[in-house]
Design a protein around this ligand. Sequence first.
Ligand code: ATP
Ligand code: MG
Length: 561
Amino acid sequence: MATEAPDTPLDFIRQTVRDDLAAGRHREIVTRFPPEPNGYLHIGHAKSICLNFGVAAEYDGRCFLRFDDTNPVREDERYTASICEDVEWLGFEWGDRLTHASDYFDRLYEQAVALIRGGLAYVDHLPAEQIREYRGTLTEPGRNSPWRDRSVDENLDLFERMLSGEFAEGECVLRARIDMAAPNINLRDPTLYRIRHAAHHRTGERWCIYPMYDFAHTLSDAFEGITHSLCTLEFEDHRPLYEWFLDSLDLPHRPRQIEFSRLNLAYTVTSKRRLAELVNRGIVDGWDDPRMPTIAGMRRRGYPPVAIREFARRVGITKKENTIEMGVLEHAVRDSLNAVAHRRLVVVRPLRVVLTNYDAGTEEFVSLPNHPGDPEQGSREVRFGRELWIDADDFMEDPPRKFHRLKPGGEVRLRGAYIIRCDEVVHDADGVVVELRCSYDPDTRSGGSGSDRKVKGTIHWVHAPSAIPVELRLYDRLLRTASPVGGDAWLEDLNPDSLQVIAEARAEPAVLDFQPGEGMQFERVGYFTRERENGADGRAVFNRTVTLRDSWAKIEAAELG
Ligand code: ATP
Ligand code: MG
């Protein structure tokens, strides 16, 4: 199981867990991650997964992966599968602790009956709008439903008839009987069960009444022996209800709910509803589009799982709402890739170079390290010859004074090979530079015993006859603004340039050494991973995972204040 235990900061939740163990309140820590299977997991969920599974692992406890499948109409099997895949990929194991709220439907029903028997729940016939109206507001107390004081027997009978399908959807609900004047609106007789004549993807047609989230969630925690029920701040107001359930029922365990702040990430959205909208409107290529802040999207883009765990560690756990700069996530990605990613040579905008003094009939191999800082990662032999591609950006016909790359009459070192001089610039009929005729200095082979002559610039290149054409997909922020506005207007803030396709790049063949998901650094270009499907005419496609440097940090810091 993945764990960064030794240096995980002792946030207030870990402090509580530690205190509880020290005080003997629990012998074992039990947590849970409770996703609703109505979409793919995103970076915010990753924070919660790292917290729940992380705390359990650090304190030799257990963590449940529990699907909150109380809503029969919305759930979808493919989301369940994607959630399992994502949690596993992030590096966490649930062992035999994969559960569903629906596993407990029978026990939940029994507990609802127990509430009714205790005079703590009643069947209400008020229509939904009236229930809302009777609930009151933040400043005004609610009013009792006319059905609030019916007898236990009548309630038991009606609840059973709800179960047997006698009523239509919306005709009645089961409500807790707490206090319609409670200052906390969540305690004003919340709904416990509603009628849904819909098949459930796990329990089929067995039920036509389904428990509400608060009821199902609290009781599932108690059934599973969860010690610390960690959730986001919007549930703080629900805690009194959580505790009311625990106080009112005879349950095997008494979990404790602790809230922490949600993760918000700048220049993107972290709400399943909004992410679903991007997918449904065809704005992105599915939930795992590499621009999406979903775990599946980040995986396809080449983020290593360790980078996401490290990001979660750096962000930490607090009670303060905040928005994290994208740069923090990208920094963690860069840090983890920099150490392990093999280097490769790829030319983004190819410009032909002909070495006029290099014998056309021959070629040679130069040895390039896979990682400049780590000889252990080995080296590879790269073909070199008379015709090469360099990046068009590395040549300027009329450069400023400090330009240290290639210019007419100037010299540059080809990475791992020779120093070349640009003798002649060939233009097409429109004056566009189409070829550079250069000469190489045979005494300057990298690592050789010849001249140790130095030049200021070093550029990358590929050997033209053996290079393969590849497509590069360069990704940018999904949004143009740091924090999306409310309503539907956020769609107008989409960044129209979030995907740039470079169809005609050229790469050394060794870019094919790695599987989709494995990271490489294309020297001087960025970190990339192979896309699982090839592009036009079968050429390999590479997704840019992250740029080499953070060009956004300053802009973001300024905008976020
Ligand atoms: P969304 O708002 O994206 O629909 P959700 O909270 O409805 O998310 P759930 O599937 O119910 O999604 O979430 C499962 C768990 O993940 C919950 O415990 C929730 O608190 C946590 N979670 C969801 N979003 C975030 C976030 N942005 N930061 C931290 N934890 C989150
Ligand atoms: Mg939810």
